[in-house]
Design a protein around this ligand. Structure first.
Ligand code: 8Z2
Ligand code: NDP
Length: 290
């Protein structure tokens, strides 16, 4: 299997890719996407923009955000790029303040920013564990809570309002050797999402998660060559998902198509929960075949 990561993630290719959605699905809406400078986040942001949404994009690296913003503007879209570390409450506050000052509304929030490093769990240091928990549990939580407070302060929801939060997580129902820290963090987000789906329903807010399986993004390059060689074993389809396949799932939950769905986890993993092996930090000797 050859992972043509660059081709699958090229903005022009994403912009031209087939989509099942109609072009004006998000007309006049504002979509906020974290971690939108690369990979899944960029694919989600570009799909929202193609469907008429005005964008707020964030991430820690301004250059990556600027490249996405320039691309969307060249296509006639509107983008506000705000460098933000989602782990920092003040920066999350600033992000929402800027978004409101610029557009006066926010309709959908996609919490995609995150990541981890592959390591056998027995070797995790306290600092490494904390970094991954802060990035993926605390960072996503701060964004979710800020979005809910924003909508609460906007007043009662009308039937036409989307008020959707979609959190990108990982598959947590099966062993995921090499990334136990991120599984712990994302399981926390899934649990919190189920509970606030109930608490925030009176505010007209839906809260869902998308759990991608192995997906062909730049992010995969952090995995060792031995792990990458075995990626075709990750699911019965024997291929990674594409960023566009994840983006379409995110849009399904965020759009009116998801209007009766809340507290749900949509797994998009090619069946990897049912069959597959993924040794993100390499296959230990115990599990070798010969
Ligand atoms: C089967 C079918 C379903 C398949 C389902 C598949 C699911 C799993 C596959 C998932 C794939 C993806 O998510 S792909 C997307 C991946 N993209 C990324 O992960 C990129 C983002 N990652 C990161 O930025 C970093 O990993 C992360 C640590 C989270 C960032 O936080 P920080 O910036 O705070 O971190 P740093 O300062 O760099 O490091 C903090 C400490 O973390 C530890 N640390 C950091 N990198 C380390 C490393 N490579 N090895 C060991 N330890 C490390 C050290 O203790 C560091 O401290 P010092 O020792 O003092 O330095
Ligand atoms: N690719 C895969 O196989 C899978 C990916 N996922 C998850 O999907 C999400 C996207 O991953 P993917 O696109 O593959 O990888 P990328 O590494 O390309 O994307 C992660 C993005 O998040 C941003 N980010 C990371 N930490 C922070 C932070 N603290 N504050 C703000 N932005 C941050 C990064 O930008 P910057 O560094 O500039 O801040 C980057 O643009 C992640 O949460 C990932 O764990 C889940 C399952 C599988």
């Amino acid at each position: 299997m050859r992972l043509d990561i660059d081709a699958l993630n090229a903005p022009e290719a994403l912009w031209a890719a087939d989509t099942v959605y109609r072009a004006d699905l998000f007309r006049d809406r504002v979509a906020l996407v974290s971690g939108a400078g690369s990979g899944i986040g960029r694919a989600v942001a570009l799909l929202f923009a193609r469907l008429g949404a005005r964008l707020v994009i964030c991430g820690r690296t301004l250059e990556k955000l600027d490249a996405v913003a320039d691309f969307v503007r060249a296509k006639g879209g509107e983008v506000l790029a705000v460098p933000t570390n989602v782990r920092e409450p003040d920066q999350v506050e600033n992000l929402f303040a800027q978004a409101h000052a610029h557009y006066g509304r926010i309709d959908c929030v996609v919490n995609n920013a995150g990541g981890q490093f592959p390591q056998h769990a027995i070797d995790f240091t306290p600092k490494g564990w904390s970094a991954v928990i802060h990035n993926n549990l605390t960072g996503t939580w701060l964004m979710m809570q800020r979005a809910a407070r924003y909508w609460r302060d906007q007043g009662a929801a009308s039937a036409s309002m989307l008020r959707s939060i979609c959190n990108i997580v990982v598959v947590t129902e099966r062993g995921m050797p090499g990334v136990a820290h991120t599984v712990a963090a994302r399981a926390g987000i899934i649990g919190a999402s189920r509970t606030v789906a109930v608490e925030w329903a009176p505010l007209g807010i839906r809260v869902n998660c998308v759990a991608p399986g192995l997906t062909a993004t730049e992010g995969l390059r952090v995995y060792p060559p031995a792990a990458q060689k075995e990626f075709p074993l990750a699911n019965p389809m024997k291929r990674p998902g594409t960023p566009m396949e994840i983006a379409e799932a995110v849009v399904y939950l965020s759009a009116p198509s998801g209007s009766f769905i809340t507290g749900e986890v949509l797994t998009v993993d090619g069946g990897g929960r049912l069959w597959g092996e993924l040794w993100t930090a390499g296959r230990p000797e115990y599990y070798q075949f010969s």
